[in-house]
Each structure stands twice: as structure tokens, then as C-alpha cells.
Design a protein around this ligand. Structure first.
Ligand code: NAP
Length: 288
């Protein structure tokens, strides 16, 4: 058996077209360009490439993008002041602060300062709490939302299925588990203390890897016919690989996301959708 690859690049391309036409409609109706502000504290070389990707994606669909750079030596007060300024800037609908931050700037500083309605990567505790409770108006983290969108676009049934999520970070594993739960899957979350991980993953109809260790999910850990979503981004030499041994697992699973080209391209698309929906919420009074 060879699994069908879930082509995140192709889906993301289709979605960019859909978003571009929604943006054009929004601009026409409200005379406002939905826009994201990216805050970047210098010092993390990997962030530079990621921020460039965000700019390209947003500009490509007609959305606004501004970059706000702070030096690595900036103080907590500088970061908070910048975020608070963006909170009240009516040209800005969404804000993300690039992680990781330097050690002297804890993430809690960002979440405390960020306006929840502009928190387009869903890191604010209010959005995380609303997501957990299944409220209607939360902004969910972009990466797991992208994984869910892939499942939806490949018509993968979730209701009543056994889902196993390996990883419980606040930005990937944990929200992915909650999103699967909202679709009526029966969800188990695994982590570094899970006993006999393979026995648990082998029960999964939907297996999600959000671990950050190369090819740790092997064919013997996967139920025949499973759908495997790989969020892992690991550099091995010069190659990017996922958390799943794609070649081996493809012989067992029915569907699998490749790395690169699976979940990765979906993240920016969901960031754009979150920004558009934040903008829509900022302009309800103008509804025709
Ligand atoms: P993280 O914060 O380091 O969390 C990793 C999780 O994996 C933790 O919950 C950890 O358990 C668990 N874990 C580690 N080793 C394990 C093991 N041997 N067995 C079972 N569980 C284990 O990482 P993250 O931010 O969630 O990111 C996960 C991966 O996704 C990374 O490769 C990252 O680069 C990638 N990522 C991809 C995208 C995308 O767009 N595709 C976006 C963001 C991140 P404990 O909680 O017990 O420590």
C-alpha cells in the first residue's frame, strides 16, 4: 500500500485564490485593507525567512503587512509599548510576535499586552480558553488550524474516529487535540512521559505528530489505513524532515502529509484567514 500524499502546497495555492477574492470584496465594502503587523525582536536567523514568507503571502492576496523590528537588546517596556500601540492602530487587524524571543523577554509579557481580538495566532489565554470551551469567536493557532483544513479538504471523516495527538505544546499539539474534539473525534494526547507510545499510536485512525524529533513515528507505530498528519520541521543535515518516517509509514497509512509541502504551507494561509476574520469582526457596524 502507498499512502496518498496530502498536498499542502496545492491546497494552500487554491486557498490563496479564495482569500484574494474575499479580500477584494472586503476592501470594496469597507474601504479598509485587512492587515497584519509582525513584531520581530532581532537575533533569531530562522525568523527572518519566516517573516519574509508571511510578507510574500499577505501582499500576494492584497492584504496589508508591516514589520516592526526591535533590537535584541530591547527592554520589556519597549516590546509592551510597541504591542500596545498596534492594539489601538486601526490600520492593523492582526498582530503576531515572532517567537522565540530573547531570554530576557518572557512570552507571558506578549500575551499580557496583546489585544485578544488582534491575536491572530491564538496565543492569548482568552482565545485558548474560548477554543477549549468551543465558543464561537476564538482565534485558533494557525498551524493546527491548517492541519484541520487539510483533513477537511481531503474529506477525511473525523466523527467517532480515534485520534491520537503526539505533542502538547500550546501552539500545535494541544489546540490540535481540541479542534479534533470539536469535530467529535475521540482524542488521546501523548507526550514525552507517555508509557508505550507505540501501543497508543497504533490505535489511531487519525495520527498527529507535533514532536520536533526527526522520523520518530515509524511504520510499526501506525495502524493500517490511518491518516497521518506530520507537523514536524526538523533539519537533518541540509534536509528538512518531519516527525514521521514518511517512506516507511506510507506503506501502512492511507493518507500522509509530506514534509516539506504538507502542513507547512497551510500555516500562512490560516494566518491570513485569521487576519481576515479579525478584520471582519472589527467592521461589523458597517455591514450592509
Ligand atoms: P514543543 O513545544 O517542543 O513540543 C513538543 C512536544 O512533543 C511536547 O509536548 C513533548 O512532550 C513532546 N515530545 C517530545 N519528545 C517526545 C517523545 N519522545 N515522545 C512523545 N512525545 C514527545 O514543539 P512544538 O512547538 O509543538 O513543535 C512541534 C513540531 O512542529 C516542531 O518540529 C516544530 O518545528 C513544528 N512546527 C511546525 C509548524 C508548521 O507550520 N508545520 C509550526 C510550528 C511548529 P512534553 O510536553 O512532555 O515535553
Amino acid at each position: 500500500m502507498t499512502a496518498q500524499l496530502m498536498d499542502g502546497r496545492a491546497i494552500a495555492k487554491t486557498m490563496r485564490g479564495e482569500i484574494a477574492s474575499s479580500v477584494a470584496g472586503f476592501v470594496k465594502q469597507y474601504d479598509h485593507i485587512p492587515a497584519i503587523a509582525v513584531v520581530q525582536v532581532e537575533g533569531d536567523p530562522a525568523s527572518v525567512a519566516y517573516v519574509r514568507q508571511i510578507e510574500k503571502s499577505f501582499v500576494g492576496v492584497g492584504m496589508g503587512f508591516t514589520l516592526h523590528l526591535l533590537p535584541e537588546t530591547c527592554q520589556a517596556a519597549d516590546l509592551v509599548e510597541l504591542i500596545q500601540g498596534l492594539n489601538v492602530d486601526s490600520a492593523v487587524d492582526g498582530i503576531i510576535v515572532q517567537m522565540p524571543l530573547p531570554r530576557h523577554l518572557p512570552q507571558s509579557l506578549v500575551t499580557a499586552a496583546l489585544l485578544p481580538t488582534k491575536d491572530v495566532d491564538g496565543i492569548h489565554p482568552l482565545n485558548a480558553g474560548k477554543l477549549l470551551q468551543g465558543a464561537a469567536d476564538y482565534l485558533a493557532p494557525a498551524t493546527p488550524s491548517g492541519g484541520m483544513e487539510l483533513l477537511k479538504r481531503y474529506n477525511i471523516p473525523l466523527k467517532g474516529k480515534r485520534a491520537v495527538v503526539v505533542g502538547r505544546s500550546n501552539v500545535v499539539g494541544r489546540p490540535m487535540a481540541v479542534l479534533l474534539l470539536h469535530q467529535n473525534a475521540t482524542v488521546t494526547i501523548c507526550h514525552s512521559h507517555t508509557a508505550d507510545l507505540a501501543a497508543v499510536t497504533r490505535e489511531a485512525d487519525i495520527l498527529v505528530a507535533a514532536i520536533g524529533k526527526p522520523a520518530i513515528i515509524t511504520a510499526d507505530m501506525v495502524k493500517p489505513g490511518a491518516v497521518v498528519i506530520d507537523f514536524g520541521v526538523n533539519l537533518v543535515g541540509e534536509h528538512m524532515v518531519g516527525d514521521v518516517d514518511t517512506m516507511g509509514v506510507s506503506e501502512v497509512a492511507d493518507f500522509i502529509t509530506p514534509v516539506p509541502g504538507g502542513t507547512g504551507p497551510m500555516t500562512n494561509v490560516m494566518l491570513m484567514l485569521n487576519t481576515l476574520s479579525a478584520a471582519e469582526r472589527h467592521y461589523p457596524h458597517k455591514l450592509a
